[in-house]
Ligand binder design. Structure first.
Ligand code: F1P
Length: 351
C-alpha cells in the first residue's frame, strides 16, 4: 500500500500555507481594506461549490458578525439557476466567488451571467491566477501556495477561508481579531503535533461506519466541510447539521456505530452537558473539539480535541479543521482506500 500521500502532506503543511496567506494579505492590505467596507453594496453574496460553498457558509457568518450588513452564502448553481430569487434589479451587490481552481462551471457561469444583468461588483478568491473566474472578476486575491495536487480540498479550504477572515477584519477595522488570526500558523503547528498520532491510533480502534458533524454559527460551514472530507476520502455515510438541529429528527438513525463530531464554540457551553447526556442515551461514540474541556465532558466523550488557543470563537474555527481532516484521512487508509484518488471525483468539475 502506498505510504506517502499528497493529501497527508497538504494537511500537515497548512500552517505554512496560512503564514503565506497572512503575508499576502499584509502586502495587499490597502486594496483589501476597502473590499467589504464600501457602503454602496447593500448585500454581499459568497459563492462556491462543494468545499468552496461550505467555506462561504463560514465566511458569511464572519462577515455578518463583523461588518453587520446582509450577507448570504450560496451554492453557485443556485445563483446560476435562480438569479431573480437572490438579486433584485436596482439593488447593488458584492459577489465573492470562491474557487480553488477558478474553473468550476457553475461558479464561472453564474458570475458571467449576473454581471450582464445586475448591478454587481465581484471580488474573487482562487489559487490560480490564470483562470476563467479571474477573467470575469473586478478584483481578486490569489493564493498559489494553497493549491493542492490532491482532489480533496484541505489546505486550500483553510487558506482561502483565512484570507477572507483577514480581509473582513481589515474592512471592519477589527484589529484585535486581525491580530488573533495572525497567530494561527503557530497554533496550528501545535495542534497537529499534539493530535496527529492520537487520531491515527483513535481510528485504528474505531469501529464506526457512519459519521455526524455538528456546528453552529461560523462552525456550521466547518462541520459541513469536515463531513465532506470523510465522505470523499473514506466513502462512508456522513451528515452535517447545526448542532441542536440534530435532536429534531436526525438523531433517529444514531447507534453505537455512529461517531458524532462536535465542533463546539464557547457560546454553546451552556448546552454542552445536556446535549452530551442526550448523545450518551443514544449510545453514540463522541469526538469533541473545543477550546478547553472539563472532567464531566471528558467522561461523556471518546476523544476530546482541546484547541487551547485562547482565541475568540471567530478566530479559533480554522484550527478545528486539521484534526478532522486527519480523522478522515486515517479512516480512508484503514479502509484500504487511497485518499489521493477518491472514488468518482475529479479535481475540477466542469461541463
Ligand atoms: C471545488 C470542488 C470541491 C470538491 C472537489 C472538486 O471546486 O468541487 O468542492 O470537493 O475537491 O473541487 P473549486 O471551485 O473550489 O475549484
Amino acid at each position: 500500500m502506498q505510504q506517502n500521500f499528497h493529501t497527508l502532506d497538504e494537511i500537515l503543511s497548512q500552517p505554512d500555507a496560512w503564514e503565506d496567506v497572512i503575508q499576502r494579505v499584509e502586502k495587499d492590505r490597502n486594496k483589501l481594506n476597502d473590499v467589504f467596507r464600501n457602503e454602496e453594496y447593500e448585500e454581499v453574496l459568497f459563492l462556491g461549490c462543494g468545499s468552496s460553498y461550505y467555506l462561504c457558509l463560514s465566511a458569511s457568518r464572519v462577515f455578518a458578525n463583523f461588518i453587520g450588513r446582509k450577507s448570504t452564502a450560496l451554492p453557485s448553481s443556485e445563483l446560476l439557476l435562480y438569479p431573480d430569487i437572490y438579486l433584485k434589479r436596482g439593488k447593488s451587490y458584492l459577489i465573492v466567488p470562491v474557487s480553488r481552481s477558478g474553473e468550476t462551471s457553475e461558479t464561472v457561469n453564474a458570475l458571467s451571467y449576473v454581471r450582464e444583468s445586475y448591478r454587481i461588483k465581484s471580488f474573487a478568491i482562487s489559487c490560480y491566477e490564470e483562470s476563467s473566474l479571474l477573467k470575469e472578476s473586478d478584483a481578486c486575491l490569489i493564493l498559489p501556495r494553497a493549491s493542492e495536487k490532491s482532489v480533496v480540498m484541505t489546505k486550500s479550504f483553510t487558506s482561502m477561508l483565512l484570507a477572507l477572515e483577514l480581509a473582513i477584519a481589515l474592512s471592519a477595522e477589527a484589529n484585535d481579531y486581525y491580530r488573533e488570526l495572525q497567530t494561527l500558523p503557530k497554533l496550528g503547528e501545535n495542534i497537529i503535533k499534539r493530535y496527529k498520532s492520537f487520531l491515527e491510533d483513535f481510528v485504528k480502534d474505531l469501529g464506526c461506519e457512519q459519521f455526524v458533524y455538528l456546528g453552529s454559527g461560523p462552525y456550521y460551514g466547518l462541520a459541513c466541510e469536515a463531513m465532506l472530507k470523510m465522505k470523499e476520502m473514506a466513502n462512508l455515510p456522513c451528515e452535517a447539521y447545526h448542532t441542536l438541529e440534530y435532536i429534531h429528527g436526525p438523531k433517529s438513525t444514531a447507534n453505537d456505530k455512529t461517531l458524532v463530531c462536535l465542533l463546539y464554540s464557547a457560546d454553546e457551553r451552556k448546552w454542552e452537558e445536556r446535549f452530551l447526556e442526550e448523545l450518551a442515551s443514544l449510545g453514540t461514540r463522541n469526538l469533541i473539539e473545543c477550546e478547553v474541556s472539563m472532567d464531566r465532558i471528558r467522561k461523556l466523550s471518546d476523544l476530546v480535541v482541546e484547541i487551547k488557543s485562547e482565541l475568540s470563537d471567530f478566530a479559533r474555527g480554522i484550527l478545528y479543521m486539521p484534526p478532522l481532516q486527519l480523522l478522515a484521512f486515517y479512516k480512508a487508509v484503514k479502509r484500504n482506500l487511497n485518499p489521493d484518488r477518491p472514488k468518482n471525483l475529479s479535481q475540477v468539475v466542469t461541463y
